[in-house]
Design a protein. Structure first.
Length: 462
RNA sequence: GUGGAUGUAGUUCAGUUGGUUAGAAUGCUGGAUUGUGGUUCCAGAGGUCGCCGGUUCAAAUCCGGUCUUCCACCCCA
């Protein structure tokens, strides 16, 4: 009995219709990346587990997909561990490879491994799938694409500003309204230092983030539960209730953090970034958000997160600065900063808002109706001329009923149908039908080419 | 990982307290219309009711397990 096949949960097939839209996103993003001087690299889907483990925190380690060793791996496994049935301890014995969890850590590995061939500052982009053994939900997949841009080997805050410009340009091109939220790990560290609880910073930000949802009282309650003293919570109050525009927030922060050197460095970095961004006069809404912590524990400076304004979905882009990611692999003093665009979530947002362009460079612009053997040969010659002019065109492969061929054109949303029968062949013309208006007229091939080009340019521009 | 929902033609969904041959809309195929699609009319095809097991004379319907999708938490793109 043939059972219906399936694919693992959280993974998807992409149909041509979907791929055209996805590629539109990828191409738009790539174009912006390249405009700012970033070049592509690719790394393998799997990495050594030693490269991946311990880089994403405890939570991240659990979400790594591990690959079983080849051969009869259990034979070589420790008998005691097998008897114990302790999966965690056994994993290191039977698996030494894993699927990449993001693109940043493999990139750090790449930089270290190729440090002698790389010119610093090194600016690269990377668009590839990553895998997480998460529980899937809407906008949360087990296999999804990240579009990373990073620059390593430069401490300049200009890089942070450049990334904000890139975010602005990408989402402007895709016509998505977004807010970019900005924070700085050093500010968070300063806050933690101030209340003497360096290890509690994640708990603190998680709790503060819930202010809108559960109210001040419950936030404080949660902080108490997490083990914070009442003095510490008192100190935190002005930070929890921080309001106003970015400049006001920064001013208040400065006041609270004046004794913390790290904290003040963070505030100063934020100030500089905001100053430059304001000078650029970009439309993008840039907001200081202290509740932005980001779980990935390698961030050390700026942290970014982008949210769509019109759709309820997790962040669609995120990133930050990491001072010592390559240090773990033995290359010291190489600071990097980067962000990652979540292509799948961007797709979901655009799909929900129905803001994909109807026509892209991938769409066919003209379909030739097939009337028979003589006619199709004639069309073939016309087609090569048309294609040479850079127009996507096709000839229906079978000489079937016209209704069927028209329906095909209609479904593929081809804007023009060309008909060349006996009379057209003799007259040396083409009957060109505009599928939108239904109008048709006899034109020359040159005419057809210019008409197609004109409408295509209009479509793509809109 | 924890808690909670969900699954019926390609798609969106009906389906009564378990009871004849499981329906609709839309889509699909063919025809009305042998050189004209998106409108209309007619006809047709399409379902082991997610999967496995149990209760029953009888299960889409009740029970258990499993998988999928979705929601909350967690985390994140």
């Amino acid at each position: 009995m043939a059972q219906k096949p399936g694919i693992p949960k959280g993974t998807r097939d992409f149909s041509p219709e979907v791929m055209v839209k996805r590629n539109y996103i990828f191409n738009s993003i790539k174009k912006v990346f390249q405009k700012y001087g970033y070049l592509p690299i690719e790394t393998p889907a799997m990495e050594n587990l030693s490269t991946l483990m311990g880089k994403y925190g405890e939570e991240g380690d659990k979400l790594l997909f591990k690959i079983l060793n080849s051969g009869d791996f259990l034979k070589k496994a420790d008998d005691n561990l097998l008897a114990e049935k302790s999966s965690n301890k056994l994993v290191s014995k039977i698996s030494e490879k894993g699927l990449r969890y993001d693109l940043t850590v493999p990139f750090a590995r790449f930089v270290v491994q190729h440090q002698n061939d790389i010119v610093f500052p090194f600016k690269r982009y990377q668009i590839q799938p990553v895998w997480r053994a998460d529980r899937p939900q809407k906008g949360r997949y087990r296999e999804f694409y990240q579009c990373d841009v990073d620059v390593v080997g430069s401490n300049s805050l200009l890089n942070e500003v450049e990334l904000i410009q890139i975010v602005d340009e990408v989402f402007k091109a895709l016509k998505i309204n977004v807010v970019i939220k900005l924070n700085n790990r050093k500010v968070l560290a300063g806050i933690a230092e101030k209340i003497g609880a360096l290890d509690k910073i994640v708990d603190i930000t998680v709790a503060i983030d819930k202010l809108d949802k559960i109210g001040l009282e419950n936030v404080n309650k949660e902080l108490t539960e997490k083990g914070l003293s009442s003095e510490a919570i008192d100190t935190l109050q002005p930070i929890i209730l921080l309001e106003g525009d970015n400049a006001v927030k920064l001013k208040k922060l400065k006041d609270v953090l004046k004794d913390s050197e790290t904290g003040m460095t963070g505030v100063s970095e934020l100030e500089q970034v905001f100053e430059m961004v304001n000078m650029l006069n970009i439309d993008l809404e840039v907001e200081l958000d202290l509740t932005l912590a980001r779980g990935l524990n390698y961030y050390t400076g700026a942290i970014f997160e982008v949210k769509a304004k019109d759709v309820q979905i997790g962040s669609i882009t995120g990133g930050g600065r990491y001072d010592d990611l390559t240090g773990i692999f033995g290359l010291k003093d190489v600071s990097g900063v980067g962000i990652s665009f979540g292509a799948d979530r961007i797709y979901d947002v655009m799909n929900q808002l129905e803001i994909f362009p109807k026509h892209t460079d991938a769409s066919v612009q003209v379909l030739f109706v097939n009337f028979g053997d003589k006619e199709q040969l004639h069309c073939l010659r016309l087609l090569s001329e048309i294609r040479k002019a850079g127009i996507n065109a096709e000839l229906y492969p079978d000489s079937v009923k016209m209704k069927k061929q028209m329906t095909y054109a209609n479904k593929k949303q081809v804007p023009f149908v060309a008909m060349v029968g006996e009379t057209e062949m003799i007259e040396g013309v083409v009957t060109l039908k505009n599928m939108n208006s239904g109008e048709q007229e006899k034109v020359t091939v040159d005419n057809l080419i210019s008409t197609c080009k004109e409408t295509h340019n209009q479509h793509v521009r809109n």
